[in-house]
Design a protein around this ligand. Structure first.
Ligand code: ADP
Length: 852
């Protein structure tokens, strides 16, 4: 040990002048650096230096007046401590400064000041901890008695402290392990001493002198501690007495100080909290933990940050609905009526939900699958979830998972973190206050992943009926039974749901609505709801079905009804203004004006334009009730139509065909355009296409090239090799949206066939289907959404793969009646249906026959 403590410091040291205390060898000090000289030292020596030597500095106690810290170097104290800069922390607030953590190594004395600016550097001589010094057995012998005496006092002092504090226990061990000559310095820096006393110890270069000077300091500290312990005991008794007489004091109405009151209140609160914990119905495990925590809380001073944390935790534990639940009032017939009343259409979904509820009615502790509604936005997934809660008479809570990428969002943070809190599941339970709510996990397909873990993995535990009866939130740190919670999930697409999570759920597809369904939904649900929200009555506003259809076809293009709902809201707002204005005017009892107004109204009706709200306003009269919303009014309120049926216009040139695409937002029609130009047989594809789609394009070209002769397709120079001296460009509009999938195959073939034959594709036909190199048409997914999109766009015929015929059964009868379906099993059939008068094959076969 003695050899290990030998130190060799550089002979030149930069000097740090400190006002804040005296650093002694073997101790550590934190000092703030803000004088220009010291800042310069930190910057150029500590922050730029790379070697260990460069972090050794000389710390000199600055005995001059700190306020007179001017440019001139004050007279330096002769002896200082060489120190190792362990940490440098910079800050700009409230002014630029550094905080240095320095550990003292050994004493040195300044021999000569080498330079003063920008910071002082001196030639120094090391005074202790030198090799020859630490090995001097002689000196140890001489000092034997003195050092033994010192050691005894040191031990006595340390043992008077609370040994359960780890730092004290460590100090006790150090006393035995450290070389004796290091003890005076270390103990002086620990016990209560003035800077002046420390300075004297620093100046005591001879060890003997140092021991002699430190012993009185130790003795003083021991006496002080003894005195403190004596006074503390009766004080504790006093405390008890105070607690005991407190109730009396209240009765006697002796005014207490506010501080006392606060303390008393807090004490009462903790007692109340304990009472609540004991009477709450939490699990045994949780109760044990809570009682332990409350015991800790009682001992903790309130100023400790942990006090508030522990208290919050305990309050949450008490608030959680451990055993509190609502009683299910499930009656299937009533549930059916309620679901039908709340939602129009969605037969498949309602049927499955009723089945699910029926099983629950028969077997209460059902560990059934988690239902997951998958469909485009605005088709009523969330609102069905809400209806399920209503039918069961349960509380409803929605947990939005979109964008959640931290697993502690689901499972909470451990309480060791600052600002830790429980996850969304436990928070939700606290909000609803019962342990059997309906939790709607919204947008499970939009869960993210990040460095903070995978929230989907955390959800697995929540959703697994086998595991979730003892779900452990990191914050709670005890299991909470989630098995009574009814989880329902929603998503736009299953493609991005992690497979393990998907496996836990039963997927129920909720397709988009047909126009007729939307009209019904609007008139049965959306319009009455909007009227109520805007304080209007059917006597004040009338929206005929044709207007709704206009809104659906010309102002919205969506699978669900959300933007339809918004448009209806906009109409209601506009009408509300008119009605309010009207009411205001009606309150002015000007009969003549009203009479005149009646004339005007008649006049307007003759003009067949009473409906235009702006016109009504121009007349400065209360509008005629009910205000009829027709197409003119619609234009006034919503502006010019956003979507026009542009299908026939776009198909006025060869090289354009309509495909059908599926997106998470529902089906879409998609125009595929092709053009050709002189070139070297290159194919250019644009419109953000995925790999599969690019392959479809190559397949289509290859098939057409191999069948060019059969169909008499030639390029510009009349050659059957379609790519000979020709470049082809295929474009899929709405270039910002990534498109992928094989189902555009038939559309690309049709589009290219149109380009090379110069014939127009029929403007009322849309198509979907995957192709093979041999010209077969293979089935694809999303037929229902695609057909609905074609129907929305006003197309009349849809070409689908033969093997998708079965999917048509799911489509509403009225849509099926409006459309003609062409089932194609090969590309010949597709082309024949896509072109007026068919796309005849040249009878090469006949020719061959005659030869035979
Ligand atoms: P999602 O969760 O599918 O995105 P929402 O449940 O939020 O959609 O539905 C949007 C709005 O449309 C809600 O106000 C809902 O009441 C209404 N809605 C959707 N489908 C129907 C329906 N079939 N019948 C009645 N209202 C519906």
């Amino acid at each position: 040990m003695a050899a290990g403590s030998a130190i060799q410091i550089p002979s030149r040291l930069p000097l740090l002048l400190t006002h804040e205390g005296v650093l002694l060898p073997g101790s550590t000090m934190r000092t703030s650096v803000d004088s220009p000289r010291n800042m310069q030292l930190v910057r150029s020596r500590l922050l730029k230096g790379t070697s260990l030597r460069s972090t050794i500095i000389g710390v000199i106690p600055n005995t001059s007046d700190p306020t007179s810290d001017c440019d001139d170097l004050p007279s330096l104290h002769r002896i200082g401590t060489a120190a190792l800069a362990v940490q440098v922390v910079g800050s700009n607030w409230p002014k630029p400064h550094y905080t240095l953590l320095v550990t003292g190594l050994c004493r040195f004395q300044i021999l000569q000041l080498l330079k003063e600016k920008p910071y002082p550097v001196a030639e120094v001589e090391q005074l202790d901890r030198l090799e020859q010094f630490t090995n001097q057995h002689k000196s140890e012998e001489e000092l034997g008695e003195l050092s033994e005496q010192f050691y005894k006092y040191a031990v006595q002092l340390v043992e008077m402290l609370d040994m359960s504090v780890p730092a004290v226990a460590k100090l006790r061990r150090l006393l035995d392990n450290l070389p004796r000559e290091a003890l005076p310095d270390i103990l002086t820096s620990i016990i209560r001493t003035s800077n002046q006393e420390k300075l004297q110890i620093l100046d005591a270069v001879r060890l003997e002198e140092r021991f002699k000077m430190t012993i009185p300091l130790l003795v003083r500290q021991i006496e002080g501690l003894k005195l403190l312990q004596k006074t503390r005991k009766p004080k504790q008794d006093d405390d008890k007495r105070i607690v005991a007489i407190r109730p009396n004091r209240r009765i006697n109405h002796i005014p207490s100080t506010t501080e006392d009151e606060e303390e008393e209140e807090d004490h009462d609160d903790v007692v109340m909290l304990e009472k609540k914990i004991r009477t709450s119905s939490m699990s045994e495990q949780a109760l044990k933990l809570c009682l332990k925590e409350i015991k800790r809380l009682k001992k903790m001073p309130q100023s400790m940050p942990e006090y508030a944390l522990t208290r919050n935790y305990l309050e949450l534990m008490v608030e959680l609905p451990w055993n509190k639940s609502t009683k299910d009032r499930l009656e299937i017939r009533a549930a059916r009526i309620l679901l039908d009343n709340d939602h129009y259409a969605m037969e498949k979904l309602k049927k499955r939900v009723l089945e699910y509820l029926a099983v629950r009615q028969l077997k209460n502790n059902l560990k059934g699958p988690i239902l997951c509604f998958v469909g485009p936005p605005g088709v009523g997934k969330t609102s069905v979830g809400r209806s399920i809660a209503k039918t069961l008479g349960r509380e409803f809570h929605r947990i939005a998972l979109g964008g959640v990428c931290d697993q502690s969002d689901i499972r909470g943070h451990r309480r060791t973190y600052v600002g830790s809190m429980p996850g969304r599941i436990i928070n939700g339970l606290k909000t609803v206050g019962v342990n059997n709510p309906v939790f709607l996990l919204d947008e499970v397909d939009k869960l993210g992943k990040s460095l903070q873990g995978d929230p989907a993995a955390a959800l697995l535990e929540v959703l697994d009926p086998e595991q979730n009866h003892n779900f452990t939130d990191h914050y709670l740190n005890v299991a909470f039974d989630l098995s009574q919670v009814l989880f329902i999930a929603t998503a736009n697409t299953t493609a991005t749901i992690p497979p393990a999570l998907l496996d836990r759920m039963e997927i129920i597809q909720v397709p988009g609505y047909t126009q007729e369904e939307k009209i019904e939904i609007a008139h049965r649900h959306l319009i009455p709801k909007q009227l109520e929200q805007h304080g209007l009555t059917p006597q004040q506003i009338q929206i005929p079905q044709v207007t709704t259809l206009d809104i659906i076809t010309r102002y919205t293009r969506e699978a669900g009804v959300r933007s339809l709902d918004r448009k209806l809201g906009a109409i209601c707002r506009a009408v509300a203004v008119k009605v309010a204005e009207g009411q205001h005017k009606e309150t002015k009892p000007d009969r003549a004006e009203v009479g005149e107004g009646e004339d005007c109204k008649e006049h307007v009706t003759e003009d067949a334009k009473p409906e235009s709200i702006s016109d009504a306003a121009d007349l400065a009269l209360p509008p005629e009730m009910p205000i009829l919303i027709d197409f003119h009014a619609l234009k006034d309120i919503l502006g010019p139509p956003m979507y026009e049926t542009e299908v026939s216009e776009r198909l006025s040139q060869p090289g354009v065909a309509i495909g059908l695409a599926w997106t998470p937002l529902g089906g879409e029609i998609m125009f595929v355009e092709a053009s050709r130009m002189d070139g070297e047989g290159q194919l250019t594809l644009t419109g953000q296409l995925g790999d599969v789609m690019k392959e479809s394009a190559h397949l289509a070209i290859s098939w057409l090239r191999s069948n060019a002769k059969r169909y008499q397709l030639t390029n510009a120079s009349g050659s059957f090799d379609l790519l000979d001296n020709t470049d082809i460009h295929l474009h899929f509009p709405a270039g910002a949206v990534t498109k992928d999938g094989p189902s555009a195959g038939v559309t690309i073939v049709t589009c290219l066939a149109s380009l090379f034959s110069g014939r127009l594709v029929c403007s009322d036909v849309a198509m979907t289907g995957e192709i093979t190199l041999r010209g077969l048409v293979l089935p694809v997914g999303g037929i229902k959404d695609k057909v609905l999109a074609a129907h929305r766009a006003g197309l009349k015929r849809v070409i689908i793969p033969q093997r998708n015929e079965k999917d048509l059964e799911e489509i509403a009868v009225n849509v099926r009646q409006d459309l003609t379906f062409i089932m194609a099993s090969c590309l010949d059939e597709v082309l024949n249906a896509a072109f007026d008068g068919g796309f005849a094959v040249k009878p090469i076969v006949e020719h061959l026959n005659s030869k035979l």
